[in-house]
Ligand binder design. Structure first.
Ligand SMILES: Cc1ncc(COP(=O)(O)O)c(C=O)c1O
Length: 370
């Protein structure tokens, strides 16, 4: 593989060919490259008379199915990563599992961004954790606003990027605007820049678009984030995945906490994954409710706009959003007030509920006089 010299990474001649020749090793922080990771004896031997980890050999005070609660869990989560790889149509070495996709976001920050020096680009309004995670890691945030139809402003992104920019976060479908970003725009960014392009697909299962996971073999600087928190209904398990080329996955595995995924989560996720038809049936119900809710809300006098949704929530522009938000809370219905976000004046984000919950919301919205 031909290598791109560090200082040539941002020259246009090189970038045109970047997809073919890009080596993401050049983007990895030097201290992460040279890091000696923590190694447990369990990395070498996983069975036998286990006297290596100062666990309680007598057992634990409670039991749970066939999970050995007294033992540290598999640090490499082999079984789970293999099952998720089949689900996403990739190989095990393309999959990292984290404590929610939030852990992956944080670890990506630590793999690529030198604190106090490097930057990321985020496309706002968007999911808040990219900024929070960057702030925690002392990484500068370049905020580029989405266009008025909530798409990527490619020119503005070009202007925001410089050699310190190590990642561009694209959330698609985007939270809280609920729309898909144009696939070609995301790929264009990845092809034209040597920064990593992180596509957060937390809501893709609710959308009409296929995942960008299928592009990771062709586009070395693409990372796709998925989660079991939404379509699978398993937010309590805290399980998310980053899907990328094996080189990057090996760095994420190198720097994660040794036992980041606990045995109960591992066990329950394995139990959940075969239930794909139940998951799909729930999505179908949510989509029916999304449509019904959108129509009902659009007919309410003070609702100015219900934005099209490709996710399990609706973005709704209303008159006097704060008042609507507070009055809904008085009715015991909690939604998210996003009206202080750029481009979202008057906007509430409302998760699609069960038919009964949606009925309650619609009734309350009809009663409210903002
Ligand atoms: C776009 C987006 N990404 C990631 C997450 C967090 O996912 P997880 O529960 O896997 O940490 C959320 C949660 O709301 C989200 O909206």
């Amino acid at each position: 593989m031909q290598l791109v010299p560090q200082d040539a990474l941002f020259s246009n001649e090189v970038l045109n060919e970047a997809t073919e020749i890009m080596n993401i090793e050049l983007l990895i922080r030097p201290n992460i490259k040279s890091l000696q990771p923590y190694r447990a004896a369990r990395h070498d031997y996983a069975s036998g008379i286990l006297l290596d980890a100062n666990e309680n050999s007598f057992g634990s005070v409670i039991s749970f199915d066939d999970v050995e609660l007294n033992r540290y869990p598999d640090p490499l989560q082999a079984q789970l990563r293999s099952k998720l790889a089949s689900l996403y149509g990739v190989q095990t070495e393309n999959v990292f599992v984290g404590v929610g996709s939030d852990e992956a976001i944080d670890l990506l920050m630590r793999v690529f961004c030198e604190p106090g020096q490097d930057s990321i680009v985020i496309l706002e309004p968007t999911y808040g954790m990219y900024r929070v995670s960057a702030n925690i890691n002392n990484v500068a945030v370049r905020s580029v606003l989405l266009t008025d139809d909530f798409q990527i402003d490619i020119e503005a992104v070009e202007q925001a990027i410089d050699p310190t920019t190590k990642m561009i976060f694209c959330c698609s479908p985007n939270n809280p605007t609920a729309n898909l970003l144009h696939r070609e725009d995301i790929l264009t960014l990845a092809r034209q820049h040597s920064a990593m392009v992180v596509v957060d697909e937390a809501y893709v299962d609710f959308s009409s678009e296929r995942s960008l996971v299928e592009e990771i073999q062709r586009v070395p600087n693409l990372v796709v984030l998925r989660t079991l928190s939404k379509a699978w209904g398993l937010a309590a398990l805290r399980l998310g995945a980053a899907i990328a080329q094996p080189t990057l996955i090996s760095y994420l595995l190198k720097i994660k906490a040794p036992y980041n995924i606990n045995a109960l989560t591992h066990h329950e996720a394995l139990r959940a994954l075969p239930n794909i038809s139940t998951m799909r049936a729930t999505i179908a119900e949510i989509l029916v409710e999304r449509q019904r809710l959108a129509q009902a809300l659009a007919n309410i006098e003070y609702v100015e706009r219900v934005f099209p949704s490709e996710a399990n929530f609706l973005l709704v522009r209303v008159e006097r959003a704060r008042s609507v938000y507070e009055q809904l809370a008085q009715h015991g219905i909690i939604v998210r007030d996003r009206s202080a976000e750029p481009k979202l004046a008057g906007c509430l984000r409302i998760t699609v509920g069960t038919p009964e919950q949606n009925d309650a919301l619609i009734t309350a919205m009809r009663e409210i006089q903002p």
